[in-house]
Design a protein around this ligand. Sequence first.
Ligand SMILES: [Zn+2]
Length: 161
Amino acid sequence: MSPVCPRHGQSIASLSELVAGRAGDIDHWAVPGTYCLHFYLGQPLQLVVGRLGLRELPPGDLIYVGSAFGPGGLRARLARHLRTDKPLHWHIDFLTACLTPGIWREDNSGERLECAWVRELLALPGASVPIPGFGSSDCREGCPAHLVALRVPGMEVMIGL
Ligand SMILES: [Zn+2]
């Protein structure tokens, strides 16, 4: 298993700095919001995802859509995603425990955009749901999952990686 995504070194740095409090406007991040994490897999990855059991993720780009409306907002949540030594509680914890994410998109308008963003991603050509139910246990809008796999040539250009 590769511990670090080779595709978004800069994004990882930005996210680490943000969480460590070195990024410019910290208040911007200590607020509720919605975010997307990006992972890149060079080869298939098998992992146990809690009660979903042993699953396989396809190679390519993976986008997880989450929201942070609890204490500490986006900053606290993103810090959790960067830690590998955490109790594995949410589905996404099983993935971030072995792969460091980059952040692709965030919104702090206070609006709940999670499911709308999942629908946008699923509408992209080549988008699929690699693990049904992943991250969507609390979803109220019927998303098949909050993790989307993309195998689109030029994807990194499209999403600005
Ligand atoms: Zn949803």
